[in-house]
Write a protein that binds this ligand. Structure first.
Ligand code: B12
Length: 219
């Protein structure tokens, strides 16, 4: 990547870290004007920027209001990127049906929303159950919408067990084979996905879409 592009992405990341929504919006537009791919701005500017904020929060260098400001700046970045990413609409044929939500006890939504948006764009019918979703709701909604995929985001180590809970419940009701279960979110790893018996994990939202397409095609 050219130094210019790196500088622009760094400026975007920095504005997110500092929780400066206006500056973040301007920086996002500058990235787009320089030809930086919107998803690159999402992953490097937004996700990595918020990761740095989270790490500083953990070290007590930043506090909850800083986290909230950074999240708001992240939303501002998405307000610029979303119309660009979704311009032209998604695929017209249906790639399958996904129910998506954040695990029980967890109110983080930014990453889940990005994944939902990209899934829609790839032609999936997406039912977004929101945040703090109990395993029983994932099951009920998956049944109701005849879902192919259940996608569960978890941003805290304390809520990752909510992902395991969904897989357990599907096993208990003998419906494990009916759905592909995808897990993700900052603390989630491939090892965790394997341990709980999920069908797939991806570190990024775009990787999650590729995986969903692959798993549904195999079904
Ligand atoms: C923003 C933020 C908040 C915002 C959330 C706003 C919102 N509407 O979402 C606010 C301020 C509300 C918040 C609250 C809290 N937070 Co917080 N928060 C964060 C922060 C800084 C960024 C999260 C984020 O949005 N990242 C940006 C997105 C784009 O990234 P992402 O979610 O990882 O998603 C990407 C991928 O993971 C992937 N993906 C996401 N989901 C899925 C799902 C699937 C299926 C797939 C395939 C892929 C995928 O796609 C995305 C794009 O690539 C993280 C730090 C971090 N490391 O992430 C802490 C963090 C998650 N929070 C933390 C904590 C502790 C809290 C609070 C408990 C703080 C408090 N004292 O109240 C509360 C939690 C309340 C609750 N019950 O949930 C901790 C959790 C620690 C732990 N135990 O694991 C973290 C890690 C910070 C830290 N290092 O300490 N938080």
């Amino acid at each position: 990547m050219s130094t210019d592009k790196k500088t622009l992405l760094n400026e975007l990341q920095q504005a997110v870290i500092e929780g400066d929504g206006e500056r973040a919006k301007v920086a996002t537009q500058k990235c787009l004007d320089a030809g930086i791919a919107p998803l690159e701005a999402v992953e490097f500017g937004l996700r990595d920027g918020l990761k740095i904020v989270g790490d500083r929060f953990e070290k007590l260098e930043l506090f909850l209001p800083d986290l909230m400001l950074a999240a708001e700046a992240g939303n501002q970045v998405m307000s610029v990127l979303e119309p660009i990413i979704t311009a032209g609409g998604g695929e017209s044929k249906s790639a399958g049906t996904v129910v998506i939500g954040t695990a029980k006890g967890d109110i983080h939504t930014i990453g889940k929303n990005i994944l939902a948006m990209l899934l829609k764009l790839s032609g999936f019918q997406v039912y977004d159950l929101g945040a703090d979703v109990p395993a029983t709701t994932f099951l009920e909604e998956a049944r109701k919408h005849k879902a192919d995929v259940i996608a569960i985001s978890a941003l805290m180590t304390s809520t990752m067990p909510g992902q395991r809970e969904v897989v357990r419940l599907l096993n208990d009701v003998h419906e494990r084979e009916s759905y592909e279960v995808l897990v993700g979110g900052a603390p989630v790893t491939q090892n965790w996905a394997t341990e709980i018996g999920a069908d797939g994990y991806s570190e990024t939202a775009s990787g999650g879409v590729a995986l969903a397409l692959k798993l549904v095609a195999k079904k």
